[in-house]
Design a protein around this ligand. Sequence first.
Ligand code: GLN
Length: 228
Amino acid sequence: MTPDRASPRARSALIGVLALQGDFAEHLASLRACGVDGPDGAGIDVIEVRTLDQLDAVDGLIIPGGESTTIARLLIAFDLMEPLRTRIRGGLPVWGTCAGAILLANEVTNLDRPSIAAMDITIERNAFGRQIDSFEEDLQISGIEGPPLHAVFIRAPVITRTGPGVEVLGRLADGRIVAARQGRLLATAFHPELTADRRMHALFARIVLEQMLEQQRAGTVDGGVHLR
Ligand code: GLN
């Protein structure tokens, strides 16, 4: 715990979006609009993450879509790879979309360098080949209430194996896995930040707020966060 994170009052959760490459701006906008707050002003704040200080400050992190090889290279070049692995081991909630999901996977087919390797899944890059570069499909996602989620896939991967601690959250109509959760880690092969539907961002924001509450109960973070 750093002194400036301690507060006697409720404090907002700080959710970062890794902003080295890819569509981080859309994630920031979706987070700001996702409508998750606490009752006495403790809601969520968002920041772009490019430095170690920014990574240290966040309570949750989104790794956006883009090019997984490039993001992996930049994580190493910016000296963020090992610190990020350490924070994830310490309980940091992380959500990877598309390239971000690739980077979270323990095993990746066709990645020319090590991933962050935090989730017990195998993922296949560019699983839809060149003929189908992008497509859209309505998906039922467990944990998301209401109508199916309209999902946008762009040179998307597919999750080909999930370990015993991993919950499958969503599949394509043909059964292939495109969303999974392992504790505080989320992986989606599609791009919720490219639609006006904020329900996936709200789901992640709630995971972050719950984790903050848990850490406060365990005495590792100060400040009172409240969930609606
Ligand atoms: N095909 C890209 C990769 O392998 C991912 C595409 C995306 O993030 N939309 O990194």
